[in-house]
Design a protein around this ligand. Structure first.
Ligand code: GLN
Ligand code: ZN
Length: 758
């Protein structure tokens, strides 16, 4: 069979899959709960795929990605395709149950670890490669989706995670060598896949290789050349498109171009078009030019994009127009966003609008700009309003930022601060506290829904939340904690709560994006300069403080985390946006202090998430991120104690930055890394207070007193008692009240035992 590797012109690298109204989420959760049969789930999935493909075909796309659908995650799907799931799930006979066990665990089995997909907010499941892991092709899913597409007359381009990215994202277990050393073992499965895809009638296949824009392992360009040299040497195969995205592939681009792959996708939103134009070997390749931003929600400047495409016209074999990466990371459509004003609407493009942009650019490239004149005029008219909208430039904010000096990001000497705080707070050694949230009870959810529907008014809602706060305060007093929190019942989400109260942000009505599995988030859109019209948390915290003689911690989200979990402006450096948010948070800390709050926590769990993919870019990021945090927290007096909290990550690369935040107390996820984080902090000279999480709140398990006491004893080997705090490793909102009471009671008891030995 001969392959038809005729180049295509118009495509997208991938699409959202949860459904325009989160239909897939509902079907999968229904399946887990036993309410939806496997057949009905399959039916929902098939119709969502069909709808997406027909939408793309109707937009004029001549190559349509398939197998970008997933019941949970495309990296897990790849592990299944390679038959490389860990042994602990292999006994589960039903393939769907086995899949979900690997994804989320069950009573017997712990799931795969989950971590961030590059620098996005999507999380993938980390494949485990042990010494005995073997790779055997199981192509059922991909072949079924190709067959479904062909049945509908769709020109399908199957997509899989490529071998280099698969192995660099995997982790070695049971003493195995680094997964990337297994490349020779994994390739035969990919060779066989190519053969099977020819049988299935696929003309093109897309191998996703975003790892090629990182410095994840040494020698990636050479590896790419060797691996794709071998893959493209397979004689019976579809045409091969290697998709790089999320950044500039650097030397890997030339390396790929020297192989016999037919196509390479490049991200021209993040990457540099001149570098692409300079690779001579691209003269006989299809270049899939990602000129429409696949991961942010801004409308494309069509003239600029057409100019970028024009740069490549002479230097590539052929040129297709595409998004920069999969549109998995943006909501389906602007259509449900009826609360948008016209200006704001004009600046945005969600997935559906991006498909239209891709098609428009593709036509303009071939038939001239005049053939699409109306679309180009509309684009530039909308973008012009962005230059004049007063919300984008609030001079008071800009003047204030321009005047920021070192003194504004510096507090007094840390140990002197601690002395002054201690005079005021009089805390015992090893103070006990929690991270902020308490269980989000059904009463809280019911009240929030009633407020949204208009069944209760604001005053009634506030009454209900106050009742929750009173309960949480009473509970903490009874348990005997030293520093209390209000429990965060009024917060739907730690970022959205602030975004809703700050000018410059817009909260979407239906802008859901998959975060992991069936979990979707609705990131706020930061579009303008940030202004805090009113205090955001003071009433709640002062109410909580009025109920107790113990100190209540104020609770805020830091500027980096607010940015990381929002769609951000693309018309100014991220650092400028961070500093604007920082000023708003700073004003809030000052208001809290004025209201008598002596301890304020500013959470930065996402500090590591925005870390650039290239090593060379990391120091500059860490410098501005640290500065933004310090701008947020340096407006208060030395006797006001600033806490921060970090979680969700390996802190290795950011440990120095954590120390540089200079918070008085840092509570940090450590329950699973067994206190090693304390040695790491010591190694960078950190001498402020630290609360290594003494138990893992991600599990329903109640930790025993002896076990917590042991953790504390271990911590005391690394940290002197004057600096050590005792707390769980994250907020408690996902846990049940009974577990929380039992766990915290043990935490307090263990602390008392250890204090007695000091
Ligand atoms: N204060 C937040 C809470 O307790 C922190 C959440 C987080 O670290 N992600 O819920
Ligand atoms: Zn946390």
């Amino acid at each position: 069979m001969s392959i038809n590797n005729r180049p295509f012109t118009t495509t997208v690298l991938g699409t959202p899959r949860v459904g325009p109204n989160r239909e897939l989420k509902r079907a999968i959760e229904g399946y887990w709960a036993g309410r939806v049969s496997a057949a009905d789930l399959a039916e929902t999935a098939a119709s969502l795929r069909r709808d997406t493909w027909t939408q793309l075909a109707a937009a004029g796309f001549d190559s349509i990605p398939v197998n970008t659908f997933s019941y949970y995650d495309q990296v897990l799907d790849t592990a299944v395709m390679l038959d490389a799931l860990p042994a602990r799930v292999s006994g589960i006979a039903d393939p769907l149950d086995r899949y979900f066990a690997a994804a989320r665990g069950n009573a017997e089995v712990t799931p795969l670890e989950m971590t961030k997909w590059f620098d996005t907010n999507y999380h993938y499941l980390v494949p485990e490669i042990g010494p005995d892991t073997t790779f055997t092709l199981k192509p059922e899913k991909i072949l079924a989706e190709v067959a479904q597409a062909h049945g509908l007359g769709i020109t399908a381009r199957p997509v899989v995670v490529g071998p280099i990215t698969f192995l660099t994202l995997a982790k070695a277990v049971d003493g195995a060598a680094a997964p990337i050393t297994r490349i020779d073992d994994v390739l035969p499965a990919y060779f066989e896949l190519l053969d099977r895809l020819v049988d299935a009638g696929a003309d093109w296949v897309q191998f996703d290789e975003p790892s090629l824009v990182t410095d994840a392992v040494n020698g990636l360009p050479e590896l790419a050349e060797a691996v794709y040299g071998r893959l493209s040497a397979v004689t019976r195969r579809p045409a091969l498109l290697v998709a790089t995205y999320f950044g500039d592939p650097g030397a890997a681009l030339g390396a790929l171009a020297r192989t016999d792959v037919e196509g390479i996708a490049v991200d021209l939103v993040e990457g540099d078009v001149a570098a692409v134009a300079a690779v001579p070997e691209l003269a006989n390749k299809l270049v899939v030019a990602g000129v429409v931003d696949g991961r942010n929600i801004w409308r494309t400047d069509l003239d600029k994009a057409l100019g970028t495409l024009g740069t490549l016209l002479g230097s590539t074999g052929s040129l297709a127009v595409s998004t920069s990466c999969s549109t998995l990371h943006v909501p389906y459509s602007l259509e449900p966003e009826t609360a948008l004003d016209d200006n704001l609407r004009g600046w945005l493009a969600f997935a559906a609008e991006k498909y239209t942009e891709v098609a428009t650019l593709s036509h303009a490239l071939r038939d001239g700009r005049e053939s699409q004149a109306a679309a180009f005029e509309a684009s530039s008219a909308a973008l012009a309003t962005r230059a004049t909208d007063p919300r984008l430039r609030v001079e008071t904010v800009r003047t204030r930022l321009a005047a920021v000096t070192d003194a504004d990001v510096t507090r007094g000497e840390a140990s002197a601060r601690l002395d002054r705080q201690q005079e005021k707070l009089g805390l015992p050694a090893l103070p006990t506290t929690t991270i902020g949230s308490y269980p989000q009870t059904s009463a809280i959810r019911v009240a929030r829904a009633a407020l949204r529907k208009g069944d209760i008014d604001d005053a009634a809602y506030v009454e209900k939340m106050r009742a929750e706060i009173a309960e949480v305060i009473a509970l903490q007093e009874k348990i005997g904690l030293d520093v209390l929190v209000h429990g965060e019942p009024e917060r739907n989400d730690m970022v959205q709560y602030f975004a809703e109260q700050l000018d410059g942000f817009f909260a979407t009505a239906n802008g859901w994006v998959q975060s992991y599995g069936t979990r979707c988030v609705r990131p706020p859109i930061l579009f303008g300069d940030v202004v805090r019209p009113n205090a955001m948390t003071v009433d709640w915290i002062t109410y909580a403080q009025s109920l107790t003689g113990k100190p209540v911690k104020g609770m805020l989200t830091g500027p980096v985390t607010i940015l990381a979990w929002s769609f951000v402006r693309n018309d100014q450096p991220l650092a400028d946006s961070a500093n604007q948010i920082a000023l708003a948070i700073r004003d809030e800390t000052v208001d809290l202090e004025k209201a008598g709050v002596g301890i304020i926590q500013v959470d930065e769990p996402a500090l590591r998430e925005l870390l650039p993919l290239r090593d060379a870019d990391k120091p500059a990021y860490l410098a501005w991120a640290v500065k933004a945090f310090r701008l947020s927290t340096s407006g208060v007096a030395d006797q006001t104690q600033i806490h921060t909290h970090l979680c969700y990550s390996e802190f290795g690369e950011v440990i120095g930055a954590i120390a540089a935040l200079d918070a008085d107390v840092t509570s940090i996820e450590a329950a699973r890394s067994k206190m090693e984080v304390l040695d790491d902090l010591n190694a960078v000279g950190f001498a402020n207070g630290v609360g290594p999480g003494v138990y893992d709140i991600h599990s329903p398990r109640v930790p025993g007193t002896a076990e917590i006491a042991e953790s504390l004893a271990a911590a005391l080997k690394a940290v002197d008692p004057r600096r050590l705090w005792v707390n769980p490793d994250c907020g408690l909102k996902t846990r049940g009240t009974d577990e929380v009471v039992a766990s915290l009671t043990n935490l307090v008891e263990a602390t008392e035992q250890v204090r007695a030995t000091l």
